[in-house]
Design a protein around this ligand. Structure first.
Ligand code: BGC
Length: 745
């Protein structure tokens, strides 16, 4: 990308060598301190070069025009490049369901992967994404999204892993580990970013206990995993925009957690004030030359921030690049890795592992699933979502998968030569019912698309946000960028008319937790026609099913399942893969069992009570609890026991498979810290052969049992007697508990 737009070294400055960065990187590889090497390198920069490193390298208006015409999928966002010193800066591509540039692998969305509870699988997905990222020329992956799901109406729910901070943290840490074998990862959006339509305007109030025990632990976990970069959120927390919150970006992230990487803003509207953002510890404004390019000089002159703070920010960027120099010096793989067979197979494996079997009632004495392919002659597949590309959000996480296997494709392929698979989009319910009546089984695919839920930019460019936009671009920079755009061709997108957009789809927060009325009516018509009705729910988070689920034999949550999703659905329905998904959130019986959610709020109070622990406090049973998922085999847990080992508590039980098929168990450990609700503190996923009994351990770092003291702004360790519960889900009636004595640490 355009090197031309970069500032030239000012007259009188000694021209340093463009091998400076590589030489520093070699010293770091030999054991030198990256921070000290970065300080020396930044010492060679001019003031102009330092300020250049504090925002994206692209011009605002030209960049925006390119973005709107498909640029998202064509190029990385570069920043902090100073060729005079051999500093390549970084090149960002988004996620989380894959790399958004070029014809990449579309994995199932993060929420689906959260339902696997499989950290090894997530790490492998991270590795695959890391290689694809490098193949498209990027070095920083923006897809570790770990905002805790506070309410299922959140439009971007699908981009995170679930409602519980321990579970979300482990999944995000696994993705980070995998990606960072090949590139740098960026965790986002710090913090409390879990409303979409109001994201540019809402101020979230949260007290210290709520923040540190519920909304921040997963970020800390990923920082401890060594994540390179943190992205701040758009919204405000406790009266300050996150991109200029000293409390979040310096006091908590660096001083308390010891984060050594750098912080970037969220895109375009991630900060409002150049000086405040630098003083707060936000290192790079992304992705364009915008607020800082216009206001940093004045901010420095007026004392809103200092030269030392500018230098410190650039040093953090350079030190991180030095730390990752060895990883990034490995030559990028060829573009053949994009959506290669191996990555597609991984996408299929993940999609199958993510499917949650919510209901499997008997028909004629036998559970309706798995279907016995040999006994089928006609299968009816019903619903408009059965035969469309439906990968989820149409915003920044949109991946241009070269091909997509729909549910109908998957079932037709799996049953080829065995059974006729007929389809009706369900618009005419009587016709759909008639087709279902003639079939051995009716599979109804219902739920949402990116028009119902996803990223929302409806309010961008209006009102106070328009005031943030800068004057005209620097003409040289704009010309260099446009020349680069013209020279560096167009990525081939998905086939025309197949769904993905070149701009943004307007999804936003959901306005209902129920299915569309047409979907509910279709289910009723089909269920009335065929007792063997199986419903697959496509959604990024919880859908209320109470008005229809008793009327059908089986229900699966099948998510935005990625480019191989249709094969995976067939695999599970036909019993070629076991249904091993477990809900990463609560499906409540009623919407009002959840915390309040106002899509248009300008102020919101987040307390420590959402998800399964809110339902437990209020005495509500979930329709389907957190951690729940059925199996095709008979799984059970034995009695629990626990012991202290160093800084960990190790809980164990025996997991048994008493059935005739292999199955997957997710053993979940819950504990109650003093005066706190019972919450997840660890989990272990195991595969059990038929008849197998196995001891399963769940390791729980004692830090997860600590409580936050808001007066001391510090953690208080738990001591004395502690009850641990091992369970198969948050409301497991057969859960087994034990007590362990925690000595002082
Ligand atoms: C989103 C981020 C994303 C960024 C860059 C923003 O609108 O909030 O999650 O990483 O765009 O694509």
């Amino acid at each position: 990308m355009a090197a031309e737009g970069r500032p030239q070294a000012t007259t009188g400055v000694a021209m340093s060598d463009e091998r400076e960065f590589d030489a520093a990187a070699e010293r770091v590889a030999d054991g030198a301190d990256p921070a000290a090497e970065a300080a020396a390198l930044v010492g060679l920069m001019t003031d102009e070069e330092r300020q250049w490193c504090l925002d994206g390298d692209l011009p605002f208006w030209a960049g925006l025009a390119d973005l709107g015409s498909g640029g998202y999928h064509r190029r990385t966002f570069p920043a902090a490049r100073v060729p005079r010193l051999g500093l390549d800066g970084f090149a960002f591509s988004d996620g989380p369901r894959g790399v958004v540039i070029g014809p990449a692998t579309a994995f199932p969305v993060s929420m689906a992967r959260g339902a696997t509870w499989d950290v090894d699988l997530e790490e492998r997905i991270g590795e695959a994404i890391g290689t694809e990222l490098r193949a498209v020329g990027a070095t920083l992956y923006g897809g570790v999204c770990v905002n805790v799901l506070r309410h299922p109406a959140w439009g971007r729910a699908q981009e995170t892993y679930g409602e519980d901070p321990v579970h979300v943290g482990e999944m995000g840490a696994a993705l980070t580990r995998g990606v960072q074998r090949h590139a740098m990862a960026c965790v986002k959006h710090l913090a409390c970013n879990s409303m979409e339509n109001a994201r540019f305007s809402v101020d979230v109030s949260a007290d210290e206990v709520t923040l540190h025990e519920v909304f921040l632990p997963q970020f800390r976990r990923i920082v401890e995993e060594g994540v390179a970069v943190v992205m701040s959120a758009y919204n405000a927390v406790n009266g300050e925009w996150c991109g200029q919150s000293r409390e979040l970006l310096t006091d908590v992230l660096r001083d308390e957690w010891g984060f050594e990487g750098f912080v970037i803003s969220d895109w375009i509207f991630g900060l409002r004030d150049a000086g405040r953002s630098v003083a707060a510890g936000l290192d790079v404004e992304m992705p364009y030359r915008m607020i800082r390019a216009a206001g940093l000089g004045e901010a420095l002159a007026g004392g809103a921030c200092t030269t030392e703070q500018v230098v410190a920010a650039v040093e953090r960027v350079v030190a991180t690049l030095l730390r990752f120099a060895e990883v990034l010096s490995v030559p990028a793989p060829s573009r053949d890795v994009l959506a290669c067979d191996e990555h597609r197979a991984l996408a299929r494996e993940a999609a199958a592992a993510s499917i949650v079997l919510l209901r499997n009632a008997p028909v004629d004495g036998e559970p309706v699933l798995p279907l016995d392919a040999a006994s089928l002659s006609k299968v009816a597949v019903l619903g408009r979502l059965a035969a469309v590309r439906n990968l989820g959000d149409g915003g920044s996480s949109d991946v241009w998968a070269p091909t997509v296997v729909t549910p109908l494709d998957g079932l037709r392929t799996a049953l080829a030569g065995q059974a006729a698979v007929v389809h009706d989009d369900g618009d005419d319910r009587r016709a759909a019912g008639a087709l279902a009546a003639e079939a051995d089984v009716a599979i109804v695919i219902v739920g949402y698309t990116k028009a119902d839920e996803g990223e929302f930019i409806g309010s961008a460019g209006t009102g106070h946000l328009a005031d943030l936009m800068p004057g005209a671009d620097d003409p040289d920079l704009a010309a260099a960028f446009q020349a680069d755009v013209a020279a560096n061709g167009v990525e081939s997108g998905p086939p025309a008319g197949h769904g993905e957009s070149t701009g943004f789809a307007v999804g936003g927060d959901r306005d209902s937790l129920r299915l569309h009325p047409g979907d509910e009516a279709l289910i009723a018509a089909v269920a009335a026609a065929n007792p063997r009705t199986v419903v697959a729910v496509v959604a990024g988070s919880a859908v209320l099913t109470g008005s229809w689920d008793d009327d059908v034999a089986a229900v699966v949550q099948s998510w935005y399942a990625g480019m191989e999703g249709g094969h995976a659905l067939a695999d599970v329905l036909l019993g070629r893969s076991e249904p091993s998904g477990r809900l990463p959130f609560t499906v409540p019986a009623e919407a009002d069992h959840l915390p309040p959610f106002d899509r248009g709020a300008t102020e919101a109070v987040y307390d420590a009570w959402h998800g399964y622990w809110r339902l437990a406090r209020d005495g509500h049973r979930a329709a389907y609890p957190f951690g729940f998922g059925l199996s095709y085999t008979a799984l059970a847990l034995g009695p629990a026991s626990a012991k202290v080992e160093g800084d960990d508590v190790v809980a164990s039980t025996v997991a048994a498979n008493g059935g005739l098929r292999a199955g997957v168990e997710v053993v979940q450990a819950y504990a109650r810290a003093p005066e706190r609700p019972r919450r997840l503190v660890g989990f272990t996923r195991v595969t059990l052969d038929p008849g197998e009994h196995r001891v399963v351990e769940v390791r729980v770092p004692r830090s997860r049992l600590a409580t936050r003291d808001p007066e001391a702004h510090a953690w208080v360790e738990s001591r004395g007697s502690c009850e641990l519960v091992l369970a198969r889900h948050a409301e497991d009636p057969e859960a087994s508990s034990c007590t362990v004595d925690l000595p002082p640490l």
